[in-house]
Ligand binder design. Structure first.
Ligand code: M6R
Length: 364
């Protein structure tokens, strides 16, 4: 049941500190603090290329993984939505690994893409939440997210646990192919183990985010901006808002604003900016300034350092804990989930069963 929560989605958002912890515990050896994935019938350090295929929120997890794996493990990664991938007949490289990400493990397009990749000689890896699923059964190696059953149609804890597993995968590839130093690995593992506590801190902003949501509920369009690891989180935030509140929202790479979408901005458009104080911060901050100068109502998600630098440009801010760049996308997902949730509750939509949507999409 939902316990004391009003909706499954809310319960599932609040379960994230625990299930991120459960997922980490299954991949980090507590004695050595080393990441240990299940044994694989191939050497992942010898992969020539990684092809990631998924749908919806699971696809956005793939985009975060691309950034991690290319940057920290030096392996080239392609990411596709399954419905596009399968009809393009893409050539797949010898020695390539294909990774399928799916909460349900039953998404038809993702399954069809898996079968295609298998027919092209790829080694098949999957990340699923449902261990007994078809995608899991047809994979060479399954990495499970320990999110527990996800009932709300909007994916929340499945996404953050997918990211947790993908972080462990990126570290493993980097270690096995010699790209990631021992020190860098230790720093990432440390940052990951801090996450459950920091995620719990973010949940304390619930009432503050509920208040912010009241000012978004009557918007017609909402923009989400991020750079680097923040860009997929901007898209995920926009998808959450669309599917449960029915407000039109778009996630954009902050640097793309001036190539078109900035034309949308006026006083009526809330702009959610996802910008931890990382190496890209100043660039994102200047995009935020451009948006604010055109009358956009900026809601700025950052840490104390980021807020101290440019917080006064924003019409509202949420202060998140300062975290290592690597893990920031996991943490910054939580406030965008909460924002979408509260907007939907305020609008009175069916949060757990939004119109026109199914939890598991087993048709094309
Ligand atoms: O079960 P899967 O992860 O394969 O599902 C993929 C998408 O259908 C899913 O993430 C969908 O986009 C969610 N409703 C998003 O909240």
């Amino acid at each position: 049941g939902k316990g004391n929560y009003a909706h499954f989605m809310q319960k599932e958002i609040f379960e994230q500190p625990a299930v991120i912890g459960d997922t980490l515990h299954s991949f980090i050896n507590p004695a050595t603090q080393a990441i240990k994935l299940p044994d694989m019938p191939f050497n992942i350090g010898e992969a020539t290329r990684l092809t990631i295929v998924a749908c919806g929120t699971s696809f956005y997890a793939g985009l975060v993984a691309k950034h991690w794996i290319e940057r920290y493990a030096g392996l080239g990664v392609d990411v596709d939505v399954a419905s596009e991938f399968r009809y393009r007949c893409p050539p797949l490289p010898k020695g390539g690994i294909a990774l399928f990400i799916s909460q349900s493990g039953e998404t038809l397009d993702t399954l069809a893409a898996l079968r295609y990749a298998k027919s092209k000689g790829q080694k098949i890896l999957s990340i699923v939440n449902v261990a007994e699923s078809t995608i899991a059964r047809e994979s060479d190696v399954v990495l499970q997210t320990f999110a527990g059953p996800e009932i709300g149609v909007a994916s929340t804890k499945a996404f953050t646990t997918q990211l947790t597993v993908l972080a462990c995968l990126a570290v493993t590839i980097g270690r096995e192919n010699g790209t990631l130093s021992k020190e860098a690995e230790a720093a990432i593992v440390h940052a990951l183990t801090e996450l459950p506590k920091q995620a719990a801190e973010v949940l304390h902003h619930d009432e503050e985010i509920r208040q912010l949501a009241l000012n978004i509920a009557d918007a017609r369009d909402v923009l989400y901006l991020g750079r680097g690891l923040g860009y997929p989180i901007a898209m995920e935030g926009a998808l959450k808002l669309k599917e449960i509140s029915y407000i039109h929202a778009e996630g954009y790479a902050a640097g793309e604003m001036k190539h078109g979408p900035i034309a949308l901005i006026d006083q009526s458009v809330p702009i959610i900016v996802i910008a931890p104080s990382d190496e890209l911060f100043e660039k994102t901050a200047s995009n935020m300034q451009e948006a604010a100068a055109r009358g956009g109502r900026v809601i700025f998600l950052s840490d104390a350092q980021g807020l101290a630098t440019v917080g006064d440009i924003a019409s509202a801010t949420v202060e998140l804990p300062k975290v290592a760049d690597f893990v920031a996308p996991i943490l910054y997902t939580i406030p965008v989930q909460m924002l979408a949730y509260h907007v939907a509750v305020h609008k009175g939509t069916d949060v757990d069963q939004p119109r026109n949507l199914a939890k598991s999409v087993t048709v094309e």
